[in-house]
Design a binder for this molecule. Structure first.
Ligand code: SF4
Length: 363
């Protein structure tokens, strides 16, 4: 009998950006390094990858040869493949990245006066089926790995001075719970990209058990902001646009928000996409006001951006104004957020990989 080893039996290398600082220190301790030394090297490596942004282990010149060759043999450090980028007339930039299995995801850079926000994806496609959302029509293809989340930020931080991160791109972040939590820990790490926890927001369609889990899991230095995609003021209305509401009705969702422990001066953001003629009446405004009563919160009113596959209309400007005024007059913190990047389908609810179209246009 032959004893052939096929190329397929060699496991693919793990990407280094999958590892938190503690994971990396453990990995190095496995080489026989003392704990303190392993932690020191882990810090050095984080510094090389996230601050000096090198993409070659050989460039990490202050590491011992043993550590460098171990990393080289066992880990991958290739950058995320950027295949396409588009810039909107308002300065918003959309990037399409291709993953190692050929699937594609999108990230968006949104400039504002005093900040530059990156909106990142957490899944390829999404299972939540929100009716106003372009990504929903893809269904869920798979969860992103930790490194596929962190590298969206790392790649774009090479070319832009990013100040804020929102998990609001493709996918439901809390449906990929553990990988999203780990990516947050890496992005917050002082030796990593060193973001402040106040500058990172995880947005959810309302997965109540995972909101409660996040309350337990991301604590202390890892307590990032929570945003809820509300989009409806009563159950049957919300259900008609967000099927997840059947599993977790509004009352349960609001209770989970009330139970979510907020640090002083922190608030939960409620995103409210205003759909013309559906959820944009003053009766809706009154119900929304009552729903958030007692929760330190702010409400973002987002006039809907129609896209090709959606049945909804943009709300009339005067209805948006009246809704906003109703809330302000009753001391409810609310803002109208006009989505950015409408001309390049980078606005809220419009993300969907366009790789096939992009490739066919490019050919
Ligand atoms: S809005 Fe978010 S949660 Fe809903 S389908 Fe789209 S990507 Fe998924």
């Amino acid at each position: 009998m032959g004893c052939e080893v096929s190329a397929a039996s060699v496991p693919p290398k793990r990407h280094l950006c999958d590892l938190r600082m503690g994971d990396l220190a453990l990995e190095l301790a496995g080489l026989g390094l003392a704990e303190k030394k392993a932690r020191y090297h882990a810090k050095q490596i984080f510094n090389w990858v996230y601050q000096r942004k090198v993409t070659d282990f050989e460039a990490m010149t202050d590491l011992s040869k043993l550590v460098r060759s171990h990393l080289k043999e066992n880990f991958d450090l290739t950058p995320l493949g950027k295949v396409f980028e588009q810039k909107s007339v308002d300065g918003t930039q959309k990037f399409l990245f291709q993953l190692s299995d050929g699937k594609t995801i999108e990230s968006v850079l949104i400039p504002a006066q005093d900040r530059l926000t990156i909106c990142i994806s957490s899944q390829v496609g999404c299972a939540m089926g929100c009716k106003f959302c372009n990504t929903a029509s893809q269904g869920l293809m798979r969860n992103l790995e930790v490194h596929e989340i962190t590298r969206q930020v790392l790649e774009l931080s090479r070319v832009a001075n990013i100040t804020n991160i929102v998990y609001m791109g493709m996918g439901e972040p809390l449906h990929n719970f553990e990988n999203v939590c780990r990516s947050v820990e890496i992005l917050l790490s002082q030796e990593g990209l060193n973001f402040s926890k106040r500058k990172i927001t995880i947005s959810t369609s309302g997965l109540v058990p995972q909101i409660r889990k996040m309350n337990e899991r991301l604590v202390g230095p890892n307590r990032v902001n929570l945003a809820i995609s509300l989009n409806g003021s009563y159950d049957s209305q919300r259900e008609s646009v967000m099927p997840i509401n059947r599993a977790f009705p509004i009352e349960e969702l609001m209770q989970a928000c009330r139970d979510f422990e907020l640090e002083p001066h922190r608030r939960i953001t409620f995103e409210y996409v205003m759909l013309g003629g559906l959820n944009d009446n003053l009766e809706d405004a009154e119900r929304v006001m009552k729903l958030v009563e007692g929760i330190p919160s702010k409400i973002n009113l987002i006039p809907y951006n129609p896209h090709p596959a959606s049945p909804y209309d943009r709300p009339k400007e005067e209805k948006v104004e009246a809704f906003h005024r109703y809330l302000l007059d009753r001391n409810v913190s609310a803002m109208i957020r006009h989505s950015r990047g409408r001309d390049i389908l980078a606005a809220c609810g419009q993300l969907k990989s366009k790789f096939d179209e992009v490739v066919s246009v490019a050919q």
